[in-house]
Design a protein around this ligand. Structure first.
Ligand code: SF4
Ligand code: SF4
Length: 349
């Protein structure tokens, strides 16, 4: 573990902003919310934030992305992959968002070999920061994602006038190399451990009342509990916001558009959301999840059961973004899971 004084860290980031070929982005206060955005100066960093509006997923899996182009030439069509390999230096990622990116890596890199995702992910440098605040809707403490020992190139922990830095990769080490740092003393290492074990778990007001390991079973047992799903989804307006702000939601829709002259076109993908009414609509006027209750059940099943069964991960990392952005206040997975657990216990008696 290394120690860097805060002014030295600011100087390092400012130097990277002017010298890095990649964009340097980081958490900033835009006046209303915390957001990840391009940094003009390291002074704009707000590393003591609670939660950002969107997660850094948006840099690796952009909201809209063209990945295929075609041109008509000599009576035939020429197709060209249009991979954007541009990565970013991303400063200030909370551990739960690092965990979310690791989950996406399993899906897009290890399983689907998705080249646009892989290129941006592998060309990005992730600088994490241990939480100093939590939003009132977050429950990462009980999901085991409030701290992490993987998924970052560098991980900062605030220690007053300095940061402790854990180095996760060789690239992280090289990024840090121009700065003046020193090796952490044993009491500084102990302080970081104490912050991770005592202070960070104490930040959360919201919590899952049982182990997340039980979630797949709790959900399976409640799959046919339609009364619950109908009650709970009654006030949902199917806006899809809970999907769009979620760091682990990764469904996308594909569109093919043709140029007006008919000589070429492109294929674009954009974020989609399973809470939207037409998400499961198919040809023939069929919709596999026509009812709100079915769409809600699907969202929660996917977070706590389906992804677990396929990849071994609980795909809700407890950031609380869906809860805070849902206008009718019906998206809180923590509340839903706690209620489902109570339903399961009551049915067993
Ligand atoms: S649960 Fe809330 S955020 Fe999600 S679709 Fe329904 S109203 Fe929108
Ligand atoms: S379901 Fe909600 S709390 Fe869970 S990861 Fe997604 S946005 Fe965060």
């Amino acid at each position: 573990m290394k120690i860097i004084d805060k002014p030295e860290f600011t100087t390092l980031i400012d130097e990277k902003i002017s010298s890095e070929p990649r964009d340097v982005v980081g958490v900033q206060d835009d006046g209303e919310k915390y957001v990840f955005d391009e940094l003009e100066t390291a002074d704009d960093l707000a590393l003591d934030y609670d939660v950002t509006m969107l997660s850094p997923k948006k840099y690796i899996m952009p909201q809209r992305e063209t990945y295929l182009e075609y041109q008509k030439s000599n009576g035939d069509y020429e197709w060209r992959a249009k991979t954007n390999p541009e990565g970013k230096v991303i400063v200030g990622i909370h551990p739960y968002d690092l965990v979310a990116i690791e989950q996406l890596d399993k899906i897009f890199i290890d399983t689907f070999k998705d080249e646009p995702y892989r290129a941006k992910r592998e060309n990005s440098l992730l600088i994490g920061v241990n939480m100093q605040k939590a939003s009132e809707t977050a429950f990462a403490g009980s999901m085991g994602t409030a701290t992490t020992d993987s998924g970052y190139d560098l991980l900062l922990t605030e220690l007053g006038d300095r940061y402790a830095i854990e180095i996760g990769t060789l690239e992280g080490k090289e990024f840090l190399a121009p700065a003046e740092t020193r090796t952490a003393r044993s009491e500084e290492i102990e302080e970081v451990n104490r912050i991770e074990e005592e202070d960070i778990p104490d930040l959360f007001e919201n919590e899952l009342e049982f182990s997340p390991d039980e979630l797949p079973t709790v959900l399976e047992e409640n799959y046919d509990n339609m009364e619950f799903w109908e009650d709970y989804s009654e006030n949902c307006v199917s806006c899809g916001t809970c999907n769009l702000v979620c760091p682990t939601c990764c469904c996308f829709s594909v569109e093919m558009t043709r140029d007006l002259d008919g000589k070429g076109g492109k294929q674009t993908r954009r974020w989609d959301g399973c809470l939207l009414e037409d998400f499961a609509a198919v040809a023939g006027d069929e919709n596999f999840r026509e009812e709100k209750a079915e769409r809600h059940r699907h969202r929660l099943m996917r977070k706590g059961r389906y992804i677990y069964e396929r990849y071994g991960d609980i795909a809700c990392i407890g950031c609380g973004r869906c809860t805070s952005e849902c206008v009718p206040n019906v998206a809180d997975p923590c509340d839903i899971y706690n209620k489902l657990k109570k339903e399961m216990t009551a049915n067993a008696q």
